[in-house]
Design a protein around this ligand. Structure first.
Ligand code: FES
Length: 104
């Protein structure tokens, strides 16, 4: 286990849409929660058929897969709605100074 630096906090603040972002390795989406300052990281790959969650809609703490509409809780990775049967992996997030890192 180690901490992987993903991006600068300022990069996330300027992202469009502001609440979702795909990491360069294509495996993680980071979202800022409904409460300012909350940042979460989950796998970018939908457990149904591999849709890119970072390209889905984010409403509050729920991300919807753009391919078939499965819903996941970005706080836990848990599945909230079909057709996905299982959740996505979630990662601990650490904000240090200007950097956001996840533990992998
Ligand atoms: S690939 Fe995500 S719902 Fe089908």
């Amino acid at each position: 286990m180690f901490w992987l630096r993903l991006l600068a906090v300022l990069t996330l603040a300027g992202a469009v849409p502001p609440l979702a972002w795909a990491a360069p390795n294509g495996t993680v989406v980071v979202a800022q929660g409904v409460v300012q300052g909350e940042i979460f990281a989950v796998s970018d790959t939908c457990t149904h058929r591999g849709g890119p969650l970072s390209e889905g809609e984010l409403e509050g703490t729920t991300v919807t897969c753009p391919w078939h509409g499965a819903e996941f809780d970005v706080r836990t990775g848990g599945v909230l709605g079909p057709p996905a049967a299982t959740g996505v992996k979630s990662y601990p997030v650490r904000v240090t100074g200007k950097d956001i890192a996840i533990e992998i």
